[in-house]
Design a protein around this ligand. Structure first.
Ligand code: ADP
Ligand code: MG
Length: 566
């Protein structure tokens, strides 16, 4: 064929392909979900482009996916009339992985199939899942807006490389032809295919069709039943899931839809589906993923919701509708108030965007509150995956500070574990008589926090202290000043003014007087290195400790600033 070239896969693609065929074997039917999901995305993209250029439809505006089998050849073909791909796009999209941080991610793979398959789940497999069931895949595509002679054919056995060649392709869109492995011929069976589509792809908004043979004319009970013609028949519901009534949607459907919009592989932890009418009109379907994506901390990461306007797909990764500290939220927003020609620039400073963002932020916080109240184990899982992101909240979202604070979880001296399980409400419920403050310590590690001499007296008095040791914690605590009217106090700072009895007070004054001379000598010999030397009630076993005054930066903050070179 014309201009055939051979290209090597990006290293990470080769690694992914190798891993996938081994580790996803038990759930191989998901390849169909992935390929149908891509076809639906391709339809969405074409519809969007056609908003401003209707000619792109080239007389074929009924977007759909078709499945067909050729039992003799042993092939299953998934064919769409969506946006299609140019030669360059085919090489780019089907030869590389377009996520920043991919190489880093792959360097974490261990070679242990069970562990790695979990990592892959987190990564998503997409198109490459075709190779779970096929030992050769042929892709034939033609991009919208081009002529028949601008087709391209991609072919690979899923090993090190693939070929591309120019072809004639009369119809716009993409055909994915799977040459099924000998042992995967079950995917030639019509009933099997129908049941997989029902299971995974009912919610896809375009029809998934299969060919239904016609019947010849026949006699039945003395009557002549006329011949019927063969035709393409939809096998899915083909209604966008979020437009349906909540009560008609099963958990499984919500979960499958999540995998489609989030390009994820695992079930979400929770979701909230809301239709709002009135001053603002929109539908939102927001999900909390079950697992943090590998690139959650990567600054270049694409994040945000899928945006639709009046049911028409507009863009992926609209990041304007969620604050940074909720960047793990996936899902979609379908607005009736934004214009169809909305762009990222228009979204940037737009009143509608602002009010949607406020409303959606509330929804997510409410969803998390409910999860925390109704299913502590699930919430703990959420916290383990995304807790450190949520800790950015108090700094970013002043208006919701108290709500966010309620959602925080900490390690504390109450339990002997580094697990962050204690809520502030729980902490306060254990406050001792006269305790008006919330005490905490931030240190370099859990061990350092737990063993700090600063805790001695509080321990003795039975006062619980929150133990913090994550990098983000100092930042968090510099923005979290009170909760439920109670001030946060770092135990390393100033005079703790712990609740004390009258005897304790008298004893302290007596000691201060008795040791006046000693204190003066300490101060004289330490000179400028300290501001003050005081008798302390906070120690029980250690002879002395260093504290900073309330007005000064905490010692942890000083270390951080030094590390940043300031
Ligand atoms: P994802 O869907 O998460 O982007 P995939 O591996 O499933 O990742 O697909 C990779 C890319 O290949 C898609 O983003 C898209 O650009 C392109 N692609 C795959 N299938 C099709 C298709 N049927 N039509 C047009 N483009 C496609
Ligand atoms: Mg995909």
């Amino acid at each position: 064929s014309v201009q055939q070239e051979t290209h090597g896969f990006q290293t990470e693609v080769s690694q992914l392909l190798k891993l996938m065929t081994h580790s996803l074997y038990s759930n191989k039917e998901i390849f169909l979900r992935e390929l149908v999901s891509n076809a639906a995305d391709a339809a969405d993209k074409l519809r969007y482009r056609a908003l401003s250029d209707a000619d792109l439809y080239q007389g074929d505006g009924e977007l759909r996916v078709r499945l067909s089998v050729d039992t003799d050849a042993g092939t299953l073909t998934i064919s769409d009339n969506g946006i299609g791909m140019t030669r360059d796009e085919v090489i780019e999209h089907l030869g590389t992985i377009a996520k920043s941080g991919t190489a880093d991610f792959f360097s974490q793979l261990s070679g242990d199939a069970a562990k790695d398959s979990q990592l892959i789940g987190q990564f998503g497999v997409g198109f490459y899942s075709a190779f779970i069931v096929a030992d050769k895949v042929t892709v034939r595509s033609r991009a919208a807006g081009f002529d028949a002679d601008a087709g391209v054919q991609w072919e690979s056995a899923g090993e090190g490389d693939f070929t591309v060649a120019n072809i004639e392709k009369p119809q716009r869109g993409t055909d994915i032809i799977l040459h099924l492995r000998e042992e995967e011929k079950e995917f030639l069976d019509e009933w099997r295919l129908k049941s997989i589509i029902g299971k995974y792809s009912d919610h896809i908004s375009i029809p998934v069709e299969m060919w239904q043979e016609g019947e010849p004319e026949r006699e039945e009970g003395g009557e002549t039943i006329p011949a019927t013609e063969g035709q393409w028949q939809p096998v899915n519901k083909a209604t966008a899931l979020w437009t349906r009534n909540k009560s008609d949607i099963s958990d499984e459907e919500y979960q499958e839809f999540y995998k489609h919009v989030a390009h994820d592989f695992e079930d979400p932890l929770a979701w909230a589906h809301n239709r709002v009418e009135g001053k603002q009109e929109y539908t939102s379907l927001l999900y909390i993923p079950g697992r943090a994506p590998f690139d959650l901390w990567n600054r270049e990461r694409q994040q945000g919701l899928k945006l639709y306007v009046q049911r028409v797909f507009i863009m992926d990764d609209a990041e304007q509708f969620m604050p940074q500290y909720l960047r793990f939220v996936k899902g979609l927003l379908d607005s009736n108030d934004l214009p169809l020609n909305v762009s990222r620039e228009i979204l940037q400073d737009n009143k509608v965007t602002q009010s949607l963002r406020t409303a959606l932020t509330k929804r997510v916080l409410t969803m998390l509150e409910r999860m925390a109240a109704n299913d502590a184990d699930k919430y703990q899982k959420f916290w383990g995956e995304f807790g450190n992101v949520l800790k950015e909240g108090p700094a970013e979202d002043y208006a919701n500070k108290e709500k966010i604070a309620k959602l925080l979880r900490f390690a504390s001296t109450h339990s002997d574990s580094s697990a962050e399980t204690v809520s502030l409400e729980e902490y306060l419920s254990r406050a001792i008589e006269g305790q008006e403050k919330i005490y905490y310590i931030v240190a370099d590690s859990y061990q350092a926090a737990k063993n700090s001499p600063h805790l001695e007296l509080l321990r003795k008095k039975g006062i619980e202290v929150l133990l913090m040791s994550e990098r983000i914690d100092e930042w968090l605590m510099s923005h979290l000043t009170e909760f439920d009217g109670k001030q946060f106090v770092s135990v390393t700072q100033g005079d703790l003014q712990l609740p004390e009895s009258d005897e304790e007070k008298a004893e302290a004054e007596k000691q201060a007087e008795e040791h006046q001379a000693l204190l003066s000598r300490f101060k004289a010999s330490l000179g400028d290195k300290v501001k003050e030397v005081k008798i302390s009630q906070r120690l029980t076993d250690s002879p002395s400790c260093i504290v900073t005054s309330e007005q000064d930066m905490s010692s942890q903050m000083v270390k951080m600033m030094k590390a940043m070179g300031q």
